[in-house]
Design a protein around this ligand. Structure first.
Ligand SMILES: O=C([O-])CC(=O)C(=O)O
Ligand SMILES: [Mg+2]
Length: 389
């Protein structure tokens, strides 16, 4: 078998929201279709991928380097021993040819997006859900189809009142979520605390709030927030300082003994390893948010999981950033602690297959072949528009 074409397109996912660092008025992502010569029901098997919000489309890098490397390679060098399917590790090695180490940034997004499409194709060719394939190849054998999900929102909207923020959070709770997230650091500490207090009024027993500073704070500000936030029973305090400021993260634990989370802006196993080595993260309570779609894909994420294991971390401490179905499959197949979800944002790319409901903070994976994109009508319409053109 072989790959016959790889198509990509940059698609806007703009909205008027902002976090402590950026607004999303010009946000885009890359959508990718990997077309194979394997036929199913009279049609070629196509794998799809896209990158999560926050890092923009990466079409230029794909067009100039990664897609030509794959299409120019000997097809036999990209497939399994028996030639019946793609080997994602071989495709990854091909994409990474002549790339120097370090400086992990935009190219990790380009490769991660193509890697997602490769895994979708691989599972489709095996005629299985990706979570099933992952459980068999790299997990416990059987998947855990129930996955914890939390509702990410609470962005700063122009002119949003406290009661509108409460309504937003109530709507997530009404849809079955038990953990919700809001942004901090885009307003003064006093105003952020008023926003947190307003949400606390809405939450009942067993329901919790995460707060996310998006890497905005210097050390003093992160400590000032830590002192204020430790008076609450938060689910986590996320990305207080710059993603690569491991000393800040390590210092913060002296001021905040409750759960913290970070890692969504670390884009390689090596960067993740530095967080684990030097960031003072605690394996008994903290959360790791590495997002494969931004960080060289699942091939690299498997290396990150191995690294975590070597450092005594359980996979169940990982709740990836990004709210996409790829990480849902990884969570179900490899036993992660759950996945992010953006119930109302970044559509149609966020969310679950149609008909999947959140119950008591969990969803149950449907038995869809591949990643499951075909089960989400508005998303699949975008994908078909790319692969059928
Ligand atoms: O606002 C963003 O860039 C997304 C984010 O941090 C998250 O989902 O945790
Ligand atoms: Mg975040």
């Amino acid at each position: 078998m072989k790959i016959v074409d790889i198509r990509e397109k940059t698609i806007p996912i703009s909205s008027p929201i902002r976090n402590a660092y950026i607004d999303f008025t010009k946000m885009t992502l890359s959508l990718v279709a990997v077309v194979t010569d394997v036929m199913r029901d009279g049609k070629p098997v196509v794998g799809y991928g896209f990158n999560s919000n926050g890092r923009y489309g990466q079409g230029m890098l794909m067009r100039e380097r990664f897609i030509p490397r794959i299409l120019d390679a000997d097809p036999a060098s990209l497939v399994t021993e028996d030639g019946s399917n793609l080997d994602p590790h071989k495709v990854w090695d091909c994409m990474y040819t002549n790339e120097k180490p370090g400086g992990h940034g935009e190219r990790s997004v380009a490769i991660g997006t193509i890697d997602m499409a490769i895994w979708d194709a691989v599972a489709k060719i095996e005629n299985k859900p990706l979570f099933q394939l992952l459980a068999e190849r790299h997990g416990a054998g059987a998947p855990e189809k129930k996955v914890f999900v939390y509702a990410a929102g609470g962005y700063y909207y122009p002119g949003q009142s406290l009661s509108a923020l409460q309504d937003e959070m109530r709507s997530y709770i009404d849809r079955g979520y038990t953990v919700v997230k809001k942004k901090i650091g885009g307003a003064s500490l006093d105003e952020d605390l008023r926003r947190i207090d307003a949400i606390m009024e809405v939450l009942q027993d067993g329901q919790k709030l995460c707060v996310d500073a998006n890497g905005r704070f210097d050390l003093d500000t992160s400590i000032a927030y830590a002192k204020a936030l430790r008076e609450y029973d938060l689910f986590w305090y996320e990305e207080a300082g710059d993603p690569l400021d491991f000393e800040l993260q390590a210092t913060l634990r002296s001021y905040y003994d409750k759960p913290m989370a970070t890692g969504e802006n670390l884009f390689s196993m090596q960067d993740a390893r530095n967080l684990i080595r030097y960031g003072g993260m605690r394996a008994d309570r903290d959360w790791l948010q590495f997002d494969c779609a931004l960080s060289y894909g699942l091939v690299e994420y498997l290396r990150t999981l191995d690294m975590l294991h070597q450092h005594g971390w359980s996979r169940s401490r990982c709740i990836p950033h990004g709210g996409h179905q790829m990480s849902l499959n990884i969570a179900a197949g490899l036993g992660l602690g759950g996945n992010e979800s953006y119930p109302d944002l970044f559509q149609p790319f966020g969310g679950f297959p149609d008909g999947v409901r959140v119950e008591n903070g969990h969803i149950t994976m449907p038995d869809l072949v591949g990643i499951g994109f075909e089960g989400k009508a508005n998303l699949y319409a975008e994908m078909r528009a790319l692969s059928d053109q």
